[in-house]
Design a protein around this ligand. Structure first.
Ligand code: ADP
Ligand code: MG
Length: 230
């Protein structure tokens, strides 16, 4: 049997690649007793460097719950999850674009994008330069000095994407990152995420309702009532 940290590569070649994340029989139940709600159950999956996956499924099917588990932001109530490539300590190594608002109101756009880089210990000049480069790549260089309250929902969403791109993580997890964008901007954001993930040999997981977005990525997983079809 293939051990979970030695899975075949994304292109079908046998690559001796350590998986970014592996899940076995994963479950997440919210609440207890009669209030228990099974958001994710019996999910078995793995992501390797270079994998690019769209997670589709109706609202309430468990996409956000699964993405938070993959990011190490939440713990499963059953099953096993591991991040072999990070020695099973994923903290700070995974970039997440959250479904809801996530910019810090007192910081301007460039400072928001640079914040994870400061936290990672980068110097002022390099952090600011990388933030500006990521903002330019996503077409928002003009807004570097704006405050989050001055942005539209779609602009704020793109800034959150730029923040992840600037950090250059090995695993990028984006939860409906185009929900507030028109289709032109949506596809540009997805293509940018896919290009950067390809350049970094990172894994990419994007939850989306939009079949046009899913069609941009080579692999689609479908969630239904907490179950995942890979
Ligand atoms: P999706 O992202 O596909 O819309 P979610 O993962 O947000 O799905 O939600 C899956 C199910 O779990 C839904 O029924 C939702 O109401 C429930 N749920 C999500 N978060 C919580 C929570 N913090 N507490 C209780 N139930 C939750
Ligand atoms: Mg969701």
């Amino acid at each position: 049997m293939t051990p979970p940290d030695r899975l075949p590569g994304a292109e079908g070649r046998a690559r001796d690649v350590t998986a970014l994340v592996t899940c076995r029989q994963l479950a997440r139940v919210y609440g207890r007793g009669t209030n228990a709600l099974v958001a994710v159950h019996e999910v078995t999956c793995a992501l390797r460097p270079g994998d690019q996956v769209a997670v589709m499924g109706p609202s309430g099917s468990g996409k956000t719950t699964l993405l938070h588990l993959l990011a190490g932001l939440d713990r499963p109530t059953a099953g096993r999850i591991g991040w072999p490539v990070f020695d099973d300590r994923p903290r700070g190594r995974i970039g997440v674009v959250f479904q809801g608002p996530s910019l810090l109101p007192p910081l301007n756009v460039a400072e928001n994008v640079a914040l994870p880089l400061f936290i990672a210990g980068l110097g002022d000049t390099e952090a600011r330069q990388r933030a500006l480069t990521a903002l330019a790549a996503i077409g928002l260089a003009d807004l570097a000095g704006s405050l989050p309250e001055e942005l539209s929902g779609g602009q704020a969403q793109r800034v959150a994407v730029a923040r992840v791109l600037a950090a250059e993580p090995r695993l990028i997890i984006a939860d409906e990152p185009t929900a507030q964008l028109d289709s032109d901007h949506a596809l540009r954001v997805i293509d940018l995420l896919a290009q950067v993930a390809y350049r970094l040999d990172a894994g990419l997981v994007i939850a989306t309702h939009d079949p046009l977005v899913a069609a941009r990525l080579p692999t689609t997983w479908t969630m239904s009532d907490g179950a995942l079809a890979c």
